[in-house]
Design a protein around this ligand. Structure first.
Ligand SMILES: [Zn+2]
Length: 270
């Protein structure tokens, strides 16, 4: 009898240990990890304490050039400290050449540079939020269906000059095409016209995950508004530094740029 009881207790302990941390997502540069820990666990990654939902869910994003080895520090509700080593895959990025960009966009004046700095700070502020919103666990959908004309991470050569890599995914679509929310969230920035990105919208999905939509013609929502997945939030345009109408959709985990294509199914017809 005692032996059986001991066996059941041990089984219980093994069960708890196994359930402690479950990991899903794409473990690669530009990828997003979805984790599930015992509720009440504290999780630290580099200098950051990750927000863990009441159900124990958390996320962690890896930037374009993220290191391939990472360590999570977990403190379970009883105070037990453990470490989880993560290996992610590195990626190779393409090179994209774009010509026909205006001189003003290539060599902004000092006045334009001041404006660019101010606008970048507005976007950074919106992406720095670590809200409790639950939409970071949503299965994302494409905001626009169309031909993919630019991919995440590519090195960019503009008018023959090497520039910063591309961090979004470009979807070519006619001006006025509706842009739908890829997941629920709250509008944290609705800017009518930024120097590079034109009319720009940022939506917070919670836990540091945000979507940005660039080069819009029209923004249909207001800052502070909650949106649901599939809701029309804007229309495609050609504002800012562009050579034609398209949607540039970006995903951030705080300041880390992620690959939106890893969060959605394959593009229909693509
Ligand atoms: Zn783009």
């Amino acid at each position: 009898m005692k032996k059986i009881l001991l066996f059941i207790i041990l089984l219980g302990l093994v069960g708890v240990a196994k359930a402690e941390l479950r990991i899903a997502g794409t473990l690669t540069q530009g990828g997003l990890l979805h984790g599930q820990a015992t509720p009440g666990t504290q999780i630290y990654y580099e200098q950051r304490r990750l927000k863990v939902s009441e159900q124990g869910e958390f996320i962690l994003g890896f930037g374009r050039d993220a290191e391939t080895s990472h360590t999570l520090t977990l403190i379970d509700p009883s105070g037990l400290v453990s470490f989880k080593e993560l290996q992610i895959e590195s990626r190779k990025y393409r090179t994209q050449r774009i010509n026909g960009i205006s001189k003003r966009m290539m060599e902004p004046s000092s006045e334009d540079l001041t404006r660019i700095g101010r606008e970048a700070e507005q976007a950074r502020r919106a992406r720095r939020l670590d809200s409790d919103l639950p939409y970071f666990t949503d299965s994302f959908v494409w905001p626009v269906i169309g031909r993919i004309s630019g991919v995440y991470g590519s090195r960019r050569i503009l008018n023959g000059e090497p520039r910063r890599p591309h961090f979004g995914i470009d979807i070519a679509a006619p001006t006025g095409t509706p842009v739908k929310a890829p997941a629920g969230g709250r509008v944290t920035l609705a800017h009518k016209g930024m120097f590079f990105s034109g009319a720009t919208l940022i939506i917070d999905h919670g836990h540091g995950l945000s979507s940005s939509f660039l080069h819009l013609r029209q923004i249909l929502v207001k800052e502070g508004q909650l949106v649901t997945q599939g809701q029309r939030i804007a229309t495609v345009g050609a504002t800012g530094r562009v050579t034609g109408p398209h949607l540039d959709w970006r995903i951030n985990w705080f300041e880390q740029r992620l690959d939106p294509a890893l969060l959605v199914p394959d593009m229909p017809g693509g």
